[in-house]
Design a protein around this ligand. Sequence first.
Ligand code: PXL
Length: 276
Amino acid sequence: MKRVLTVQDISCLGKCSLTIALPVISAMGVETVILPTAVLSTHTMFKNFTVKDLSDQIEPIENHWLSEDVKFDAIYTGYLGTAEQIEQMKELFHNFRTGDNFVFVDPVMADNGKLYPAFDMEYVKKNTELCAEADIIVPNITEAAFMTGMEYKEEYDEAYIKEMLSKLNDLGARISVLTGVSLSPGKTGVMGYDREADDYFVYQNDRIDASYHGTGDLFSSTCVGAMLRGKSWQDAMKIAADYTAHTIEVTLKNPAKPWYGVDFEATIPELIGSLA
Ligand code: PXL
């Protein structure tokens, strides 16, 4: 069985970061080791959330694993709390990289043209540096605009996305994937570029007119799980895009109208089926 280390916060209530990565990747048949960066009462879209930073735990936990000679088939980072924690991640990558594992960075920090409440331009700079250390990065268009210095646009064409991918590629990761890319009316999905193969990949779904918190984490967790189950990055993106879109559709039909996260628990069986 493959083993991934995922480093993100625990939002106790909120269905995002580790409370998505752990159940989803485990259910996909991949051992999921977690390193929590902070404990929050909820994610940061709630008012008055509490935060306990766990930065001082990262090094001792890593040192223990190193002393036990623990190895990972992949390292996946998501929402991190502070610029200092990003520095700690660079060290962690250095400590746990082997010749044949991969580092997957989702530079979670912004959406819809804006940074999340906890972040500033110093954090953007650090996240850009972290992307340079990754094998595969999956920013949304807002995050990519912040990292590349390009203008954020809601209306764009393929040339804009290709320019953004080219600038992301210059940051250093082998595979750069933009999420939330709409290349024709009523569609949304991903477009990626693999430098070694000099190859673009586009996958589009029907756009569902709803946006939920945690869908980026669901997408990334599914990609990581699928890649560790032997899928190519392109097939992993496809599985993740379909699963995320389907889960949004199911959530929309829930009469209780959840607002803070998606009903991924209801759709996990179909995800497992799509891995066959
Ligand atoms: O889904 C990304 C995410 C993860 N963790 C926390 C967040 C967010 C997005 O806002 O607030 C704490």
